[in-house]
Design a protein around this ligand. Sequence first.
Ligand code: SAM
Length: 348
Amino acid sequence: MDEEKLNQFMGKLVSDMGAAAMLANVILGDELGLYKAMADSRPVTAQALASSTGCNARLIREWLSAHVASGYMEHHQGLFVLPEEQALALAIEDSPVYVAGGMMVVASMFHDKDKLVAAMRGDGGLAWGDHHPCMFSGTERFFRPGYKSYLVAQWLPALQGVVDKLVAGANVADVGCGHGAATIVMAQAFPASRFAGFDYHAPSIATAMDRAREAGVSERVQFAQGTAKNYPGKDYDLICYFDCLHDMGDPVGAAQHAWQTLRSDGTVLLVEPYADDSLDQNITPVGRLFYAASTFICTPNSLSQEVGLGLGAQAGEARLRQVFMEAGFKHFRRAAQTPFNLILEARK
Ligand SMILES: C[S@@+](CC[C@H](N)C(=O)[O-])C[C@H]1O[C@@H](n2cnc3c(N)ncnc32)[C@H](O)[C@@H]1O
């Protein structure tokens, strides 16, 4: 046994346990409005933060101390600061790096542990709708900042000729739309276009309808329950899959349905979790996060559906290209990427 290696590994594990314990503290801070109360990066005492947020001062001091020990905050003589960079990630919901809301996805994994034990010992399947409800809102809050920041500004312009069509008035389908975060971002940017969001999970569709009403776009945005292989309509100019194709049991069948419902000059926008093509290349912080979530969420969901291909969240571009080639598409390319996402384009 190499004692040095053991010590290094123990250091890593203790750090990871601390990270997991901090995750619960981040969720507290998000729910209680503590980060938002510190978002201006002004120094604050525990007592003042407790008063302004209506919380217990002794517990607030402990929570602040945990943040200092984690490098999430700074302190000096009893005053605590959430630095600007940390505020972007933890307090500012519209910032491209906001992650506090998405922590609920990880929280859902703890809630669903017993279901995973059963899936692991059984056929591997656990359907999207059988997860703890905090997974649905957590997913929306994890992905929405990226869609708001990049979808209209960078991803759609990276596709051939798509923005011109959207400006002129196009028919768009958002398949596996969840709470409709991406659909609504597009609808707000392109008022001449019509959008249809489909998802097989009925409660998500109900929430998406509420979101469209709140955003004032429900006249041009329809949400309906439907699977990736049976949603209605034809002659779509653009069919989108946002972080969902790998969750499906039959991605090839889904892509075939897209082929059939797409205009001859139409485009598929496939947004998938960032991944390279092999496990060795995905030994990164992002790869780690996605493999771990995929064990609990994406892969069991795929295994719960017909075919049960189980692509997983780290399928990578080469495997995704195969799916679209098998479905009959002739063109497939990487249009853009972010640290979290691959943005892929498929055409007939
Ligand atoms: C990770 S979520 C992404 C939701 C949304 N696109 C977003 O980016 O916020 C995956 C979504 O795919 C949906 N889904 C999974 N399999 C499906 C299928 N076969 N047909 C339609 N929707 C499906 C789930 O219900 C879930 O809403």
